[in-house]
Design a protein around this ligand. Structure first.
Ligand code: UD1
Length: 338
């Protein structure tokens, strides 16, 4: 069956393409390469032995999207990763984020509804929970007012899908709320390629470890957590990618009465920033230069997932430990800098 992966050359997208191909799906990719490279195609091909079809395209071009679906009317499912994801940038350029993340979602959904089978998976984020009142976070935890336009696009995106599903029973959709993805494919053929200075913790750590950055700034050590630093649920990107395959398989079975579902995708356990640093020091066998600085605005204190629903309904569980995920991130960093 043919699956369209938008943003399929990006970090999570490329790993998902690999897992889809490993599970017998035919993959077509749309990506505008604004935050990725066509070279990723080579990595995917190296791992799977199959080069997916690729079209460079900006999804804001509604006519081009329509034309693409006309030419590929045998698409049986869509996984929609393509979106802008820099929280700080979204505060500076809200309209760009609403246009990139929401117009494109609408155009894609409009086309999907014209297909013979309408199956859709959306990249959402644990950011929709804000600072949740209870840990671990279940899917029924309230969605809190978004801290940024980026976060708001994920909340509104979910609402757009839910409202569309309500009036379109033949549309089967799942939103996956990712916790903190990290790591790389163990083959080191694909991994994370942040543009400029990384905003996320793990690529900043590995770039510091390799000497590209002088030192890591730890944003606050006076939080009400065991060691004072923020706690997150770091999930190996390959585990996260596999969740998309099982989610797609679930909606293809169409044997459940709900046509819209939401799942947390995390490991179920939290790690502090200092624990992540220790993991790096262990797997890379070197100390990491870091200093404690002020808290970063907008950071939640603690967020980790209750993954019971994904475990039970999707029969999916994250398999890799933090150290294994860190080892893959480090191997990848060493490879791209060599
Ligand atoms: C961030 C976004 C989140 C988005 C996700 C996508 C914010 C507030 N949240 O999540 O909405 O869905 O990225 O990947 O930006 N840290 C440091 N030093 C650094 C970088 C990070 O101490 O240089 C700390 C942060 O304070 C945080 C943890 O590391 O406690 C993880 O940060 P990060 O990787 O940016 O992810 P989130 O903030 O959880």
């Amino acid at each position: 069956m043919k699956v369209l992966v938008t943003g399929g050359l990006g970090f999570i997208g490329s790993h998902t393409v690999v897992e889809l191909q490993n599970n017998g799906f035919e993959v077509v990719i749309i990506d505008d390469c604004s935050n990725s490279s066509v070279k990723v195609l080579e990595g995917i091909t190296e791992i799977t032995g199959v080069k997916p079809f690729f079209k460079k395209m900006d999804l804001r071009d509604k006519a081009a999207v329509h034309q693409f679906f006309k030419e590929h009317n045998d698409i049986g499912g869509v996984i929609h990763f393509a979106a802008s994801k820099a929280v700080g940038e979204s505060v500076e350029k809200p309209l760009l984020y609403y246009e990139n993340n929401l117009n494109t979602l609408i155009y894609i959904l409009q086309e999907i509804l014209e297909l013979e089978s309408s199956n859709f998976i959306f990249s959402s984020s644990c950011t929709v929970y804000g600072q949740a009142d209870k840990m671990p976070i279940t899917e029924s935890a309230p969605v809190k007012p978004a801290e940024s336009p980026y976060g708001n696009t994920k909340q509104i995106g979910e609402e757009i899908i839910r409202d569309t599903c309500k009036v379109t029973p033949r549309l089967q959709a799942i939103s996956l709320r990712y916790f903190n993805p990290m790591g790389a494919h163990p083959s080191t053929h694909i991994g994370e390629l942040p543009v400029g200075v990384p905003q996320n913790l793990v690529p900043f750590i590995t770039q510091t470890g390799v000497g590209l950055r002088e030192e890591l700034s730890v944003f606050g050590d006076d939080y009400p957590t065991p060691d004072g630093t923020c706690v997150r649920d770091y999930i190996h990107v390959v585990d996260l990618a596999k969740a998309h395959v099982v989610a797609m398989q679930r909606i293809l079975q169409k044997d459940n009465d709900k046509n819209y579902e939401v799942f947390n995708v995390g490991t179920g356990s939290g790690s502090s920033v200092l624990e992540v640093i220790s993991s790096f020091e262990k797997v890379a066998e070197r100390p990491l230069r870091y200093k404690i600085v002020d808290r970063r605005e907008g950071d939640v204190i603690t967020a980790y997932a209750d993954t019971t629903k994904a475990n039970q309904v999707l029969n999916w569980k994250a398999e890799s430990s933090l150290d294994e995920a860190m080892k893959s991130a480090w191997d990848w960093e060493l490879k791209i800098r060599s």
